[in-house]
Design a protein around this ligand. Structure first.
Ligand SMILES: [Zn+2]
Ligand SMILES: [Zn+2]
Length: 417
């Protein structure tokens, strides 16, 4: 019996070790209890306006003013001069300086208030402002920028957990540039305190420290506005990205049923050709378009276009880049080429010149037609569908149900501090 006890004890200790190691890793990854994030909010500007500084706390900054006899006005303009920071036009010799806010207040960068402190530094002949902010404070401004504040609380909570996980999983994305994350859709949209509101702050506070794990690792918690009916797998959205079990193709009835999720972008051929050529694609009037490499979710990776220029193949993402993500909202689309009636008029052959003329007319006529993109969804479609999340919450679902729906039941939510 005693031997069994020791075997059981050994098993218990052996099984607990990886778990203990995992907790330690989670803390190591975060650093301090709430994680200090470095977010670039102004990059490579000729001038940054700074106000609401606590001069006694910002010792180095204060010294720059005194040493260079600069009046400590409410707002200071910081620029770059001869490789060093200049304050209100006066060279200081410093390459960077840390500034702290007045008590119970916020630093203002170009009139926008932000939580935390700021590092202002010289950055290749210009100036960059990097916000040093605690993760939970950062999220208070991110969640309202990424989801409407009037969504149900559970949807906002799901958004908070997903944004927190995404921030931790991608921390250091811009390490080579000297900060962790930027403030645009490249990372997550972050505009500071003026974006905050009580509902989204409640969503952040009530899910404090909760993040999504799969197989003992933080997941890359992708999300997009609307999946259009099926979410996309990570490896099909971004060829070359390794497949992960928590980002699969999942049917989303909420987007499928909702006609509002479909969109149309119709552009005159002449304009279509002009914009494509401007982006460097040698194209002319398009005669036909076909879609290839259908992904499991129903999106297409390759578009074939035919015309007098021959046959060209484009990645579907190219159209989103050239015509804008707001016009071609997802890669979940079809292309229709409208040919003006004159294109199909009867052609009489009397000699080679007729063929040349007919071809020229055909091209001119094509340019009078339209190229129409008809699609569904908004964004890359990987991970949590925000439209679906809002619908699930509106019908009484919890933030856990939302997360388990879009990232599969294999993931779990852990509180890490
Ligand atoms: Zn970024
Ligand atoms: Zn959806």
């Amino acid at each position: 019996m005693k031997r069994y006890f020791y075997v059981l004890l050994f098993l218990f200790v052996a099984l607990s070790l990886p778990a203990a190691g995992f907790v330690a890793d989670a803390y190591a990854a975060i650093g301090s209890s709430e994680g200090n994030f470095k977010i670039a909010v102004v990059r490579n500007a000729s001038k940054i306006e700074v106000s609401n500084v606590d001069y006694s706390a910002s010792k180095e900054y204060c010294r720059l003013f005194e040493r260079n006899k600069i009046a400590k006005n409410f707002t200071a303009a910081i620029s770059c001069s001869g490789g060093s920071l200049a304050i209100n036009g006066k060279k200081t010799g410093a390459a960077s300086v840390m500034i702290y806010p007045k008590k119970n207040s916020y630093l203002k960068i170009n009139s926008k208030p932000y939580r935390g402190k700021f590092l202002i530094k010289v950055d290749s002949g210009s100036v960059t402002a990097i916000n040093h902010v605690a993760l939970e404070d950062y999220l208070k401004a991110v969640v309202p920028s990424e989801m409407e504040q009037n969504a149900d609380l559970e949807a906002l909570k799901a958004q908070a957990v997903v944004a927190r996980t995404y921030a931790l999983a991608t921390k250091g994305k811009h390490k080579s540039a000297g900060f962790d994350l930027c403030n645009t859709t490249c990372c997550q949209v972050y505009k500071g305190v003026s974006e905050e509101n009580p509902r989204t702050t409640k969503a952040v506070d009530s899910t404090r420290a909760q993040v999504i794990y799969h197989s003992g690792k933080l997941i890359n918690a992708y999300y997009s506005a609307s999946c259009g009916g099926y979410t996309e797998s990570v490896e099909e959205a971004w060829p070359g990205a390794p497949a992960v079990r928590y980002a699969r193709v999942i049917e989303c009835p909420h987007c499928k049923k909702d006609a509002k999720m479909s969109w149309t972008y119709k552009i005159p051929q002449a304009e279509f050709v002009k914009k494509m050529r401007k982006a460097g694609f040698a194209i002319n009037g398009v005669d036909s378009a076909r879609l290839y490499d259908k992904t499991r979710s129903g999106r297409f990776n390759t578009v074939e276009m035919k015309g007098s220029f021959g046959t060209l193949y484009y990645s579907s993402e190219i159209f989103r880049k050239v015509f804008g993500n707001n016009n071609i909202r997802s890669s979940f689309f079809n292309i229709v080429i409208d040919k003006p009636k004159s294109v199909t008029k009867n052609f009489k052959f009397n000699g080679i010149d007729d063929i040349i003329k007919a071809r020229a007319d055909y091209n001119t006529d094509l340019l009078n037609g339209y190229v129409t993109f008809k699609g569904s969804g908004y964004g890359h479609g990987v991970g949590m569908c925000q439209h679906g999340a809002k619908k699930i919450a509106a019908s009484g679902g919890s933030f856990r149900q939302i997360i388990n729906y879009y990232f599969t039941k294999e993931v779990n939510i852990k509180k890490i501090y």
